[in-house]
Design a protein around this ligand. Structure first.
Ligand code: BMA
Length: 354
């Protein structure tokens, strides 16, 4: 049984999903977990190449190099698994992704998966919004239904392979069909109806949990930011198919604008979490290139301190795009502030939860 400690409190044993229980206990201890996308796969100046996928020691991490600790949660993306590719859309080998997830779990951490699958109707990528028939085409009776069920099967095979040394399934957080309140993915708001979106979620949920028996996953719902509570909940699939209420919220303008947008959303999410009995989280966040050196303790942490989000995941530090990073790296302008963020009593990294 996994126990987690955070701040001064001690967590009780799980009677439920152990991952969900650890998130809940962080909140009841007044803490939140820090998560980083692709943290073990590459950083601002390095990467595990596909050739190193089976030999790398799984020890490099920009976050660890800066603050001495791994993130508590590691994010990975399944985009490309649907086609049976060797690497995902950001060139991370699925073989490495599997090893890294199992190792992070062994070290006491938590894993979350997003998925940017390609467009099953047009053959384009997840951002191909040229047709508003895509979701309809993959639902039962649609022309791409059978092919898409094959895609889901490939994703299920990968998720089912995430097992500890004893063969037990690892209870990952799964976050499909994200940012659907915007219209930049083929499953976005203007690309399908509410009924089609919720049917897509149900089809995904029923297949993975029912047919494939992946009942240990934590299902995260993650609309984009900047919307009213009504839009946030417009396409909510239902309490029986969601475990966690998430939010994807990035800073594009001033600190004040970001803080207000985040604060407004987390305010109604706190309430919705209570009403629906769900834990909440900032499932994606960040400020590309982090040009504000005190962003961690001066912008992000003060808003989170007012709310009940169980974790915050900042997006990836791309090794091949100079300004595309969302966590500190050795020598980055925000590195001192990131260390101060790590040292705050309210933040949990891997050493705090294992
Ligand atoms: C986006 C960017 C892209 C990346 C995609 C999926 O936000 O980081 O470069 O391909 O996420 O990870």
């Amino acid at each position: 049984m996994i126990l987690a400690s955070c701040g001064s409190g001690k967590v009780t044993e799980s009677s439920d999903n152990p991952t969900l229980e650890r998130l809940r206990s962080a909140v009841s201890n007044g803490c939140f977990l820090y998560a980083h996308e692709d943290d073990l796969s590459y950083g601002h100046t390095w990467r595990v190449s596909p050739e190193e996928a089976l030999t790398d020691s799984i020890s490099r991490s920009d976050v660890k190099m800066v603050c001495g600790d791994f993130p508590a949660i590691m994010g990975f993306d399944l985009g490309g698994i649907e086609l049976g590719n060797e690497c995902n859309l950001d060139d991370v080998s699925f073989a490495f992704m599997k090893r890294a997830a199992i190792e992070h779990h062994r070290r006491g951490g938590i894993i979350t998966y997003s998925w940017h699958p390609r467009n099953p109707l047009t053959g384009g990528d997840a951002w191909d919004t040229t047709s508003s028939e895509v979701v309809k085409s993959i639902l039962d009776g649609g022309q791409c239904h059978d092919a898409f069920m094959g895609w889901l099967s490939n994703a299920a095979d990968f998720l089912d392979g995430l097992r500890d040394a004893q063969g037990n399934a690892i209870p990952v957080i799964f976050r499909p069909w994200h940012e659907h309140t915007g219209s930049w993915f083929w499953w976005g708001r203007e690309l399908c109806t509410t009924e089609e979106y919720t049917a897509l979620w149900k089809m995904t949920y029923d297949y993975l949990t029912g047919e494939r028996g992946l009942s240990h996953m934590v299902w995260a719902y993650s609309p984009g930011a900047g919307n009213s509570e009504e839009i946030y909940m417009e396409r909510y699939p239902g309490d029986d198919m969601v475990d966690l209420l998430g939010l994807d919220c990035y800073q594009y303008g001033s600190d004040e604008d970001f803080m207000k947008t985040l604060d407004d959303a987390l305010t109604y999410m706190d309430r919705l979490g209570e009403e629906h009995g769900k834990v909440t989280a900032l499932t994606e966040a960040g400020f590309e290139g982090i040009t504000e050196p005190h962003w961690w303790t001066g912008v992000l942490a003060p808003v989170l301190a007012r709310h009940k989000a169980s974790y915050v995941l900042t997006w990836r530090n791309a090794w091949n795009i100079d300004t595309h990073f969302y966590a500190a790296w050795p020598g980055s302008a925000d590195a001192d502030d990131f260390r101060a963020f790590h040292d705050m009593g309210s933040t949990c990294f891997l050493n705090d939860i294992r």
